[in-house]
Design a protein around this ligand. Structure first.
Ligand code: TRP
Ligand code: ZN
Length: 885
């Protein structure tokens, strides 16, 4: 816990380190009630800094210092200074070694940062600043070192001892303990260090790289999970091949290991050669994991694997550059997932997520640039902006430079900076140098926060046969008060003629047309593009594939949106036209609700979705996406003042209208797809995902009818299916239905059957926490008493509390403030247990400015109560204080 005012750290204050650590030799003695860490650091003065020998300040927290030596001489207490977060000593020569021994307590570490225990095994999480809780060190990513690690532990309890790199020796000791030594030949910053000790089983496979090197692949899990590793292993091999083909990147060690742990703050961690994963991001098999979970495992395995180049071989100079590795790696894993499945569906899902959650972050009190320029607690900056918007920024470079130019740039980046710790500017410079272009203005995407608006208007001149688009960009102010200068906004577009045909696109100053879909780079606050040879009034299809992370507006009529839904050649924009139509219709109904009128839905929405449903040519996964109405969270995000009651009422009414209006078509589609599912064993592949996606969204609409044949079908699917995708959908449909007896029976049977599988129980918690039926808070409170629930496990917290506060808007925002009080109480409790999780769970409260004045007051009062609740972690302090500022 914080003892003094936490201090803000600024990018502008960055200085290279005074000292370097060439070699790091670590020995861990692991015991049940404490652990000992011996470190030998072979150090020297950084030649890039001036002459002289400034004091050496090593980072270190929460450790008991047992001894410290400088060049083999024990230092006495007057020869060093010990503070709560550092150990300072005075070097006497340019090159020297520092030896320290410390005692730490992984067995009581509930923050899950540094060395900790998770269900009986030792593991580490060092990114971003966890290594300083393991030993005294220069814990910053621009200090890179060669690591040798020896682990010593009880042989029976911890037969498996792992660390980064290659195994170089192991053996028993007389006392029932044993040791293993690992050597990592690659220089790395401390945040990529890892160790694992436990009683683990592993599945083994191998991979031969393009250049013929054999790599041993191992996935380590608790024995009972050995049957749930195959999907992750397949995903790993696909990722390794893809990175060779798409980016020319090969793996570089003889062994690559993944370890699954149950207690983990995030999804996974890319430690060199030894990735540590949340078990939810590794384990998957038909009976226990949904299609979405299978796709998430595949994407996270790929993401962490891709970090071996974008993050490890080329790392970050400082934590302000976090998006250098995260934005780029998200971009890379999105490309991989697109290639493995449907690119259009992947894009739709990513954009829906970005527009709902990242746009909200960018409009809230924690808004920050992709490369932030200050922070209090770096753990708070593993955000949607750094990851998802960061990926969009890399994607815009791809759009502007073209596939070939982008690849030239990434090749140069990896080649030029291999083994270095670099900045976002270095990444851009590689793109510039490889392509002979200048990207100075483009770099504003890294320094200016906020979501740009792009207002588009049109002018058609029938006489001159010209069609002009005028684009005006602006960006709202953000708390950092950075001035907003115009961005470079790539706008991919096409023009549709009256029959839906694409018109050739020739700009006024061009000799001939350049295709029918092209990218305009908007660089000014206002800019007009004029197309010539346009014979008729066209309909523009704008921002195809969501070519820039902006809020675009164009005054489409509902009929025009229906036309685009049918005719646009860009699949993403066909979906987006449907979303815009839904938004218009829903917003009209939100207005009706607010005026106390009875609700009436524009039947064009139902007509449009009926033709989508009738179109058997369309990928069923696309049909499923198009049938999904914009989420309540998205409708809240795009509202000036979010009226949760009106949003919920309007959306639920629309769902019921659609269910009634489309009943026969939905029922036919459901039955056909369920029959195929019955006749087919589960396969985790794209056509199967698509079939089940449509089957399942159809079922959730159908149940709104309350008809007995739908209840029977739901129970049949629940009982007879062979996979979690169908089972969990059936359960969710029952949970949200009025059939109390069937609901209770299914919930009970599910919990009984899966009580020993914590990941499945997480899904059981989530389905109930997210249900918008009345009484949500009471249900969640009761579930917290369930034996499978614990606040100490982040997956449990996310499954129950996260799902309630993040997905169950109508219950969380109860007018009496009970949801807010509940969340604040939990944040106060979690603050003491696990600051990173506490701070993340807090985020729904930080959005208080979005709501009506009564709710604003209630939410603010809870934030103030948290602030006054006692000593806060820097994580929670930063988020609460910035939200109230
Ligand atoms: N680098 C990890 C990733 O792939 C992020 C991460 C894992 C992390 N564990 C963490 C960040 C703990 C902060 C704290 O995205
Ligand atoms: Zn990452």
């Amino acid at each position: 816990m914080r003892t003094e005012q936490p201090k803000m750290i600024y990018l502008k204050d960055y200085q290279a380190p005074d000292y370097l650590i060439d070699e790091t030799h670590l020995t861990f003695e692991l015991f049940d009630d404490h652990s000992l860490v011996h470190a030998q650091l072979v150090m020297r003065r950084n030649p890039e800094r001036g002459a002289g020998l400034p004091p050496l300040v090593l980072d270190g927290e929460l450790m008991e210092l047992l001894s410290v030596k400088l060049d083999d001489t024990d230092l006495t207490a007057d020869q060093y200074q010990l503070a709560a977060d550092s150990l300072t000593l005075q070097p006497r020569s340019d090159a020297f070694t520092v030896d320290t021994s410390v005692r730490i307590h992984p067995e009581t570490n509930t923050a899950l940062e540094g060395l900790y225990k998770s269900t009986g095994m030792f593991c580490t999480q060092c990114e971003a600043e966890g290594f300083r809780k393991i030993t005294y060190y220069l814990d910053r990513p621009d200090v890179m070192s060669r690591f040798t690690t020896t682990l010593i532990a009880d042989q029976q309890q911890y037969p498996i001892l792992l660390s980064n790199g290659n195994p170089v020796g192991n053996g028993p000791q007389e006392d029932g303990r044993h040791w293993a030594t690992w050597e990592d030949p690659f220089m790395k910053p401390a945040y990529l260090f890892a160790l694992v000790a436990g009683d683990l089983w592993c599945v083994e496979d191998s991979f031969t790289t393009l250049s013929g090197r054999d790599v041993a692949l191992r996935i380590y899990v608790e024995p009972e999970n050995i049957d749930k590793c195959a999907h992750a292993m397949t995903s790993l091999k696909k990722s390794m091949r893809w990175d060779e083909e798409a980016y020319g990147r090969e793996y570089d060690l003889d062994i690559f290991m993944i370890v699954a742990v149950n207690d983990f703050n995030m999804g996974a961690m890319e430690n060199k050669g030894l990735n540590i994963f949340n078990s939810s991001a590794v384990l998957a098999r038909a009976e226990t994991a949904t299609d979405a979970a299978h796709q998430r495992v595949e994407a996270i395995v790929a993401h962490e694997y891709f970090h071996n180049w974008s993050g490890n071989r080329v790392t970050c100079r400082d934590w302000f550059q976090l998006s250098l590795k995260e934005g780029f790696t998200v971009y890379r894993d999105a490309g991989f997932s697109a290639d493995m499945h449907s690119p259009t569906v992947k894009r739709i899902q990513d954009v829906a997520y970005l527009r709902t959650h990242q746009f909200a972050e960018d409009a809230g009190p924690m808004a920050h640039a992709v490369r932030p320029d200050s922070f209090i607690e770096i753990s708070n900056f593993y955000t949607l902006t750094v990851y998802e918007k960061g990926s969009e920024v890399v994607g815009m470079l791809h759009t502007l430079l073209g596939a070939e130019g982008f690849r030239k740039g990434s090749d140069l980046y990896f080649e030029r900076h291999d083994g270095q710790a670099v900045t976002c500017d270095d990444f851009i410079r590689a793109m510039e140098d490889a392509n002979g272009v200048e990207l100075g203005q483009f770099k504003r995407w890294y320094s200016q926060a906020g979501t740009p608006r792009l207002q588009v208007s049109e002018q058609f001149d029938a006489q001159a046969r010209t069609y002009s688009l005028t684009l005006r960009q602006s960006c709202p102010a953000t708390p950092d008060k950075v001035e907003k200068l115009p961005f470079v906004i790539p706008v991919a577009l096409g023009l549709l003629g009256a029959n839906g045909q694409e018109l050739p696109l020739r700009l006024a100053d061009e000799a001939s047309a350049v295709g029918t879909s092209r990218v305009l780079a908007v660089t000014e606050a206002e800019q007009t593009f004029t197309f010539v040879d346009i014979p008729e009034q066209p309909l523009p299809s704008l921002l195809r594939g969501f070519s820039a992370p902006v809020k675009l507006s164009f005054p489409y009529s509902r009929d025009q949106l229906m036309f685009l839904m049918q005719h646009d050649t860009d699949g993403f924009n066909r979906w987006d036209a449907g979303q815009q139509l839904s938004v218009q219709v829903l917003q009209e109904m939100i207005g009706q609700y607010q005026r106390g009128e009875s609700l009436a839905m524009d039947s064009r929405l139902s007509t449009a979705l009926a033709s989508v449903l009738d179109n058997t040519e369309l990928d069923p996964a696309m049909v499923a996406e198009m049938l999904s109405l914009p989420s309540e969270a998205y409708l809240a995000e795009i509202s000036e003042v979010a009226d949760v009651d009106a949003i919920h009422a309007a959306r639920e009414f629309a769902r019921k209208q659609l269910a009634d209006g489309l009943f026969d078509a939905l029922w036919a589609r459901y039955q056909t797809h369920r029959e195929v599912s019955k006749a087919t064993a589960y396969v985790a592949e794209k056509e199967h995902f698509a079939r089940r996606a449509l089957q399942n969204i159809a079922l959730s609409y159908l149940m709104l009818s309350g008809r007995p044949e739908v209840l029977a079908a739901t129970l049949e699917q629940y009982d007879a299916c062979d996979n979690m995708t169908e089972r969990l959908t059936a359960l969710a449909v029952l949970v949200n239905s009025p059939f109390e007896a069937e609901k209770a029976r299914a919930l009970q049977a599910f919990a009984e059957h899966f009580k020993d599988n914590p990941l499945v129980m997480d899904q059981w918690f989530s389905v109930q926490a997210a249900s918008g039926l009345p009484g949500g808070l009471e249900r969640v409170k009761a579930l917290m008493q369930h034996p499978a629930f614990t606040l100490k496990n982040p997956n449990k917290v996310r499954a129950l509390i996260g799902a309630f506060a993040g997905q169950n808007l109508i219950n969380f925002h109860a007018a009496d403030g009970s949801g807010y009080r509940f969340l604040a109480d939990l944040v106060i409790e979690l603050n003491a247990l696990n600051p990173q999780i506490a701070s993340r769970q807090l985020s729904p409260l930080t959005r208080w400015r979005k709501y009506d004045s009564k709710r604003q007051a209630l939410m603010k009062a809870e934030l103030e109560r948290i602030l006054a609740s006692g000593p806060l972690s820097s994580d929670v302090y930063e988020v609460v204080s910035k939200s109230l500022a």
